[in-house]
Design a protein around this ligand. Structure first.
Ligand SMILES: [Zn+2]
Length: 283
């Protein structure tokens, strides 16, 4: 959940430089780094899935080639992003999904399976330095504008200290605590409100109508099922153990996918950096 060589901000100017203030998202060429990513194919499923549903059969797993030609153009996701699923889930409503993946491959698989047609498939080229810098600047801007803090997610994204966005928000709060000018301009709080109890959390679902409502209900059911399932599995285990279990589960899903030959061409460079702390301050 971190990138190697992400330069963490250590002083106000790391967050207020022109490059940060002028950062754009989505980048017309590189795609989305963060933020509500529209799903131009909301409600669409690949033909093979629809056929199985129509026949009352278990739908097949959604493979990359099944989502290559959705009815509407899919959005482009940059190779630099927050590992959080920012696909909008309630039509024009700004509520986003909020699932967090530990790897880029996991994120793209999640998007393909849960939001087919939302994100264009890309054969994974290594991220360029230009893309890393542009993406990091855009995420910094997102953080200090308070838009990450206030973003509405159908489920609360679980980002802990290993996640680079959490490291940026913590750094921004530390800077704000000692730099009055920065604090007066941007505020002092950049982390999302911690919510007591267990993630995922009900957040900002509602105020939708028709299709949006049905979708919101479906998502909430999904969340509820997941919570229920976790409660059953977890019993009285400690939070650390639970987390380790969850990551194991995700890793084993990925291994399974590899066995199935899914995404074989998507060699995942980020995999290597998964558990490594971000190397600080190369700004
Ligand atoms: Zn999602």
């Amino acid at each position: 959940m971190s990138y190697k060589d992400v330069g963490l901000p250590t002083q106000a100017t790391d967050l207020t430089a022109d490059e940060v203030m002028d950062a754009v998202n989505p980048d017309p060429r590189l795609g989305y780094f963060h933020d509500p990513i529209p799903n131009n194919n909301e409600g669409w499923v690949p033909d093979q899935v629809q056929a199985a549903l129509d026949a009352g059969e278990k739908p097949p797993r959604i493979m990359t080639e099944m989502v290559e030609n959705p009815p509407a153009a899919a959005a482009k996701l940059s190779a630099f992003n927050t590992f959080v699923c920012d696909v909008q889930v309630n039509g024009a409503d700004a509520t986003m999904c909020g699932c967090v993946s530990t790897t880029q491959r996991g994120l793209r698989r999640h998007m393909r399976e849960r939001h087919p047609g939302a994100i264009a498939h890309t054969s994974r080229a290594k991220m360029s330095e230009e893309e890393r810098v542009a993406g990091l600047d855009a995420v910094k801007k997102w953080v200090i504008s308070g838009r990450w803090r206030d973003a509405r997610y159908a489920r609360e994204p679980r980002v802990d200290e290993r996640h680079f966005i959490k490291q940026i928000t913590d750094a921004a709060e530390a800077i704000a605590a000692s730099d009055t000018e920065f604090a007066n301009t941007f505020g002092t709080k950049f982390n999302r409100e911690p919510v007591d109890g267990q993630a995922p959390v009900r957040r900002a679902i509602g105020k939708t109508s028709g299709k949006g409502k049905a979708k919101a209900r479906a998502i909430q059911k999904d969340v509820d099922d997941e919570v229920r399932e976790k409660k059953v599995q977890e019993g009285s285990r400690s939070p650390m153990e639970k987390e380790a279990d969850e990551e194991d589960a995700e890793d084993s899903n990925e291994r399974e996918a590899e066995k199935d030959g899914v995404d074989e061409k998507e060699a995942d460079e980020e995999e290597d950096s998964k558990q490594q702390p971000v190397e600080g301050s190369v700004m």
